[in-house]
Design a protein around this ligand. Sequence first.
Ligand SMILES: [Zn+2]
Length: 585
Amino acid sequence: MTISKTAVLAAALSLTVASAAQPKPTRSQTTSRRLPGTAIVAMQAIRPENIETHVRFLSDDLLEGRGTGQRGGDIAAEYIAAQFALYGLKPAGDKGTYMQKVPMVGITPGADTRFTLVPANGKKFDLKPLDEYVAYDQTQQPASDIDAEIVYVGYGIDAPEYNWDDYKGVDLKGKVLLMLVNQPADDPKLFHGKALTYYGRWTYKYEQAARKGAVGAILIHKTDMASYGWEVVRNSNSGEKSFLKLDGAPKLKAAAWIHLDVANKLAKSAGLDLDKMMSDARSRDFKPVPLNVRLTAHMASKIRPFESNNVIAVLPGADKKLKDEAVMYTAHYDHLGIRPDMPGDNIYNGAMDNATGCGILLELARTYAQGAQKPRRSIFFASVTAEEQGLLGSEYLGKHPPIPANKIQLDLNYDDVKPLGSPEEVQVAGAERTNFYPAVQALATEFRFTIRPDARPEAGHFYRSDHFSLARVGIPAFSINEGMKFKHHDEAWGLAQDVPPTQRRIPSRHGLHFRRRHGPLRLRARMGSSQPVHPSHLEKRRRIRKSPFGRSVREGSPATSVTLWLRFLATEVRHHSHSKAPKLA
Ligand SMILES: [Zn+2]
């Protein structure tokens, strides 16, 4: 497909896109009279075939899966910058360019790393890498040594707004903190009940340990608490991992996970019972428990510094006063690159994740730039790098925004928008945390979209895409995607297109066809290292690796209608302030 013009006509917005040059308002029942005519004209100028063209290019084998720090990723960035320039948008990166350099390092744990638990009374035990523990040295040194007491800090949460503090003022400088992942969930009033807050994420645990002056943090893996098995920990923590270059924020010499069996053994060697330790942690009265066990570790790391780029353009606002404020659109361009050790077609093309988001971002940029009426606020378009490495590009963008973060009124992010058909639902998880939500609801109604609530709040999706990096610095931000209900399909069909990663396999039904083009693998030799991927990820990525446009989709592109809808969202950004910027949790 065929995001054909007719398909678009059939799409939720019933708009004419056949001729951008002669837009005329349609008899649409879904657009309201209160939408300004200029906005309708601009909306009709969106050409889905442009989106498709971008996706085809960005997911071509020639781009080698757009790996961060790899050649294909850099080509994608240059392509996006070139489009911005062709649209006449102004550069908003470093030194008058579209590129914002993001300094990063790749860290690979070395073979002579040692990780040993030394009880005060009893035999010390060496842990086996990957089978029993994983650890990275966040201080980015080739070698670090640790000899420190281990203190159990329960969930390791300090959340004043929930009146919860696992630390109770205990000095933990120079210690190694043993922690549980997730959050206490017994009381539905606490931490949003089962919905994962940022306090439950492993990233928070490491950050908090570092803020407390600890030299290391060890997370206890328990499948139900982590919501994934040890293989996930193992696979996503083997080989090279990327980090932002040190920026003065405190870091850990050992950011580690241990297997549940090791945790049991560790508790026993301290004369404690792990189950009891876990239940104690569910109380507000919990206090840190010194284990009388030391961690002695030698952390050896291979350090590979490299640079990648966020690509940023701006359309300056037309209003004298309001042009100092901005709306931002984001979509990451990176994917997983090439996996050199994989036989056969080993390019992770990442058509859906996230060439679709880039295509939408670019087409929005074009229609904004070429629209007859300029928006009052400035509009930033940022295609960020290293999302797959842990939201690193957007984290850097959040820390180094092109204008002060408090001037950015809204960030709308696109990630993994699947062209499955004509959507009747949208997902806007996190939007309800912002004071922009009433506008979102009103527009959803106008466009006849049902807002689909987060089906698995415990999975913490809000923390897993780039909008979160911007929400962290106080910018109201959320991602937009279609829901599960598509025109001419029931919800079950939609759900079947979106099975959990662990159950994903390459589907043979639903007309999914992957063009097994064994592309220009000769380019492999020029690649940098590739990133390890979890097998279930691998299934997922494989499923989505080829152009989603290879299959027959008769309905309008969700990318299109969701885009159109969002285009409107931005026009709605008016008078909201930052008083209700989303909090971390
Ligand atoms: Zn993504």
